[in-house]
Design a protein around this ligand. Structure first.
Ligand code: GLA
Length: 374
C-alpha cells in the first residue's frame, strides 16, 4: 500500500496549454503558454542510499537507478526522464542525494499538454529540495529541457519546461525564447472561457516528425542568413521573407512562413489580451491553426476536424491546436454559459467525422512549481 504520509515533501509542476506562438520557441520567437492545474506531483524522501527509487501511482513495480550509472538508463520507458534530470543536476555542480520518489501525474500522456515537462521539472525541484538547495525555476527549466533532448531524444525548445516551472495562476507568460525575458499577462477573457479538447488519437512518430520540422527551419535559416543579418527566423518580418520566395525550396519557404507570421500573431494576440479584445484574439487563434495546417503541416485529420468543428460553433470565437501537433489537444475560446452546448456539438461532429471521442478539460490556470512539506 502506498501512503503519501511516508514521504517528506510533495513537489509538483504544471502541464501547460499554449495559447498562441506554436513551433516558434526553437526559432527564437515569443510564445504565450499558461500553466495548468493538471500536474505531475512527486512525493519524495531521502533514502540514505546511492540510488533513486521511483514508483508510480498508476504503474506496477519500481525503477531503481544507481547514481553512478545514470546515463545507462536512457532506454528506460518511464525512468529515463528521472535519470536524465539527476545526471544533469549533478553535472551542473549540484549535490545529488539518493531518494525515493512516488510519481502521480494528472497530465494526460500524449495529450500535447506537456506531461514530460511536468515530470522533468517536478523531479528536478524534488532533487533540489532533498539536497537542501534553493529551487531556481529558470535553471530547473533549462536543465529539464536538456533532459528532454538528451534522454528522450526530442530536440525541443524551452517553452514547456519554462511554463511548467514558472507559471503563475490566472496568467499567461509572454516568453521571449531568445532572451528568456518573461512578462506575465493576466488572462482576462471577459465573457469567455478556455476549453481544452483532446482528440484522443493515439499518435506515434511525434518525436521524429518534430525533429524533422526543426531541421527544416534550421535549413531555411541557414539559407536566409546569407542574405539577411538575422540570428533566428523570429527576427525576420513576414514581408521580408516573402521577398525570398524564390530563394528557398517551397517546403522550406512554407515552414518559414508559418514561423514568421506566427511571431507576428503572438504580438497581436498579446495586445488583444491586454485590451480584453476577445474577438481579435479568437481570429488570431483561427489564423494560427490554419498556418500550422497549411504551412507547417503538423495538424492532421483529427486535429483539423476538432478545430474546425469548434470554429463552426456560434459560441466559439476561435480555436486552434496547441503543443507539438500530430495529435493531442485544441484550445478554444468560448462564450461563458455556452460551454456545454459547445462541447456537445463538437463531440457529435468530431465523432461522426473521425470515429474518435474527444475528452474535454477545464483550463484552470495555475502556478508552476508548488512545494509542500508533508
Ligand atoms: C513541443 C515542444 C515545445 C514547442 C512545441 C510547439 O511542445 O516541447 O518546445 O516547440 O512543441 O510549439
Amino acid at each position: 500500500m502506498i501512503d503519501i504520509r511516508d514521504y517528506k515533501y510533495s513537489v509538483s509542476a504544471a502541464g501547460r496549454v499554449n495559447l498562441i506562438g506554436e513551433h516558434v520557441d526553437y526559432c527564437g520567437g515569443r510564445v504565450m503558454p499558461c500553466a495548468l492545474s493538471l500536474r505531475n506531483t512527486v512525493y519524495v524522501r531521502p533514502n540514505g542510499e546511492d540510488v533513486l527509487r521511483i514508483r508510480w501511482t498508476d504503474l506496477e513495480g519500481e525503477a531503481v537507478l544507481r547514481l553512478d550509472r545514470l546515463p545507462a538508463y536512457k532506454d528506460l520507458k518511464h525512468a529515463k526522464y528521472h535519470a536524465g534530470c539527476a545526471a544533469l543536476w549533478r553535472e551542473a555542480g549540484h549535490r545529488l542525494v539518493g531518494c525515493d520518489m512516488l510519481m502521480d501525474c494528472t497530465v494526460p500522456f500524449g495529450s500535447g499538454l506537456s506531461s514530460s515537462a511536468a515530470i522533468e521539472v517536478s523531479t528536478l525541484a524534488a532533487l533540489a529540495l532533498v539536497a537542501g538547495e534553493r529551487i531556481d525555476p529558470v535553471e530547473i527549466a533549462l536543465l529539464a529541457r536538456r533532459a528532454e533532448e538528451e534522454y528522450a531524444g526530442v530536440h525541443c525548445g524551452i517553452m514547456d519546461q519554462y511554463a511548467a516551472a514558472n507559471g503563475r495562476a490566472g496568467h499567461a507568460m509572454l516568453l521571449d525564447c531568445k532572451t528568456l525575458a518573461c512578462e506575465y499577462i493576466p488572462v482576462a477573457l471577459g465573457d469567455c472561457v478556455l476549453v481544452i479538447a483532446n482528440c484522443n488519437k493515439p499518435h506515434s512518430l511525434v518525436e521524429s516528425k518534430y525533429n524533422e520540422r526543426r531541421g527544416e527551419v534550421e535549413e531555411a535559416l541557414a539559407i536566409l542568413k546569407k542574405k539577411e543579418p538575422i540570428s533566428c527566423l523570429a527576427e525576420l518580418p513576414p514581408k521580408k521573407l516573402r521577398g525570398y520566395g524564390s530563394l528557398l525550396p517551397p517546403i522550406l519557404f512554407r515552414r518559414a512562413l508559418h514561423v514568421c507570421t506566427e511571431c507576428e500573431r503572438v504580438d497581436l494576440a498579446a495586445r488583444a489580451m491586454r485590451k480584453g479584445d476577445m474577438e481579435t484574439f479568437g481570429v488570431l487563434l483561427n489564423a494560427s491553426h490554419a498556418s500550422l495546417r497549411d504551412y507547417y503541416e503538423v495538424t492532421g485529420t483529427e486535429l483539423d476536424s476538432l478545430a474546425h468543428a469548434a470554429q463552426a460553433h456560434p459560441a466559439c470565437l476561435g480555436s486552434r491546436m496547441t503543443g507539438a501537433g500530430f495529435g493531442g489537444c485544441t484550445v478554444s475560446l468560448v462564450k461563458k454559459g455556452e460551454e456545454e452546448a459547445f462541447k456537445a456539438y463538437v463531440q457529435e461532429r468530431y465523432q461522426r467525422e473521425t470515429g474518435y471521442t474527444p475528452t474535454f478539460y477545464p483550463a484552470e490556470l495555475s502556478d508552476g512549481i508548488v512545494v509542500q512539506t508533508l
